[in-house]
Design a protein around this ligand. Structure first.
Ligand SMILES: Nc1nc2c(c(=O)[nH]1)N[C@H]1C(S)=C(S)[C@@H](COP(=O)(O)OP(=O)(O)OC[C@H]3O[C@@H](n4cnc5c(N)ncnc54)[C@H](O)[C@@H]3O)O[C@H]1N2
Ligand code: MOO
Length: 415
């Protein structure tokens, strides 16, 4: 390996050292899906807020057990939404979710009662204290820590926040990202026929789709030709749009038109590394612009872009979002895998259940970095470290989900 090619871990360390957590901001809960909670949520209320019935039936009181065949007068009715009622004796007809009248302590379902005329019932089963009552605070009690900082808010968290009456929360600001695609061969408009030598821009739409899923927002997007000055002015426009992170695709390799390093020099940027011992995406470049924005120069091959985003940009975004570094899962390889040593491989892969019914990771065919089709079948990345050249079937390999916030796997139990 040439001396200027960094090991992945060293390159990642440099990226993380340049990535700083962003400040928190307030967000109404209707708009916080996918945001990262900046401060823990401590409930100021009990949930349920009052003792209420789990059944349509009759609320009663009694000793530890109220025997079957007991007969009781119907003294009142309590529906969901009714306020405080005070009861001293008898049975109250009650609906599911209704507040249990004060003084009563259990509910018998209507089907376990027999109506005796219009004002009396007989119990057909024994009912004990607390039965069919959902007690105040039994789900969440006041003062309970219900969501930890760093929670990525999903619909079930919004259900909890809504039930606690929380209107606004504090979330990490979303990193502002610009995407610049380079290449004279690129056509953005799907309706435009391709001239000989042209291809469609697929990296732009991929990045535009993935970045919001990674917890960031796109503030600027442009496709530029093969020219250092045009690229430098696109970088200025991206910065003008407020970008804190610029992701470019293409023009970082050895070709005559691979001008990103030169443009960065023009811009006065500090290049922190160029070339990492990985496949795909070896010519990846990382720089810091004079105002502090980070630039990830991803090699143009589509899978090099996917790997650069997943294994360099996303760890940086995690740091900005206040999330800890990711830990991969270790999963057995479905089939043996061999490669040349020296480069760390990132393999388009798919989780599967093997013939014995166990979770395994299948490395897909077609690993070349121009091959987009197998990525469409992939839902995970399998990693083979630089120093390893062959792995028998069943070897445990590190596996990462398609995106850092999407991991379709169960949690690992910590020993
Ligand atoms: N002599 C050498 N040539 C190459 C080397 C090398 O070490 N020595 N490295 C190869 C590797 S590995 C990669 S990866 C590529 C990276 O090249 P660039 O970053 O300079 O990217 P381009 O040349 O601009 O494009 C590469 C490839 O990707 C296609 N492309 C670019 N942008 C898009 C886009 N937005 N959508 C779809 N496809 C895109 C482009 O047409 C090229 O086919 O360099 C190797 N060469
Ligand atoms: O690093 Mo490249 O993406 O293998 O062609």
């Amino acid at each position: 390996m040439s001396q200027d090619t960094l090991a992945y871990d060293d390159a990642l360390r440099i990226v993380l050292a340049q990535s700083t957590p962003l400040p928190a901001e307030h967000c109404p809960i209707a708009r916080c899906l996918g945001r990262v909670l900046a401060t823990p949520i401590i409930s100021t209320v009990d949930l349920p807020p009052f003792d209420n019935s789990a059944m349509d039936g009759f609320a009663l009181r009694g000793d530890a057990h109220l025997a079957a065949d007991t007969e009781l007068e119907i003294e009142g009715e309590q529906a969901a939404g009714d306020g405080v009622a005070r009861a001293h004796r008898g049975a109250w007809e009650i609906m599911t979710g209704a507040r249990v009248p004060d003084g009563l302590d259990r509910v018998i379902p209507v089907e376990q009662t027999e109506r005796l005329g219009s004002t009396r019932i007989r119990l057909l089963a024994e009912v004990s204290a607390g039965q069919n009552v959902r007690h105040a605070g039994s789900d969440v009690h006041r003062g309970e820590n219900v969501l930890a900082a760093g929670t990525v808010l999903a619909p079930q968290h919004l259900m909890l926040l809504a039930s606690l009456g929380i209107a606004q929360i504090s979330v990490a600001a979303r990193p502002r990202v610009a995407v610049l695609c380079t290449g004279r061969e690129l056509v953005d408009d799907p309706a435009q026929p391709l001239a000989p030598g042209q291809i469609r821009n697929s990296n732009g739409p991929f990045l535009a789709a993935r970045i919001p899923l990674a917890g960031a927002e796109i503030v600027y997007q442009e496709t530029v030709g093969d020219d250092a000055s045009a690229f430098a002015s696109a970088v200025q426009r991206a910065l003008g749009a407020g970008a804190e992170v610029i992701i470019s695709s293409g023009a970082v390799s050895m070709g005559r038109y691979d001008f990103v390093p030169q443009a960065l020099q023009q811009l006065g940027a500090e290049t922190l590394f160029h070339k990492v011992a990985i496949r795909p995406g070896k010519p990846l470049l990382f720089a810091k612009l004079p105002g502090g924005a980070l630039l990830f120069g991803l090699p143009g091959n589509p899978i090099a872009v996917a790997v650069g985003l997943r294994f360099f940009v996303e760890p940086s975004l995690r740091m900005m979002l206040g999330l800890p570094n990711e830990t991969p899962r270790r999963i057995p390889l479905l089939n043996a895998y061999a490669k040349k040593p020296r480069l760390r491989f990132h393999l388009k892969s798919r989780l599967c259940i093997d013939a014995r019914g166990q979770l395994a990771i299948e490395v897909l065919g077609g690993q070349e970095s121009y091959r987009i089709r197998p990525l469409a079948d992939a839902d995970a990345w399998a990693i083979v470290p630089a120093e390893i050249d062959s792995l028998p079937a069943g070897s445990l390999v590190e596996v990462y989900g398609a995106g850092h916030l999407e991991f379709p796997l169960p949690r690992e139990i910590q020993a």
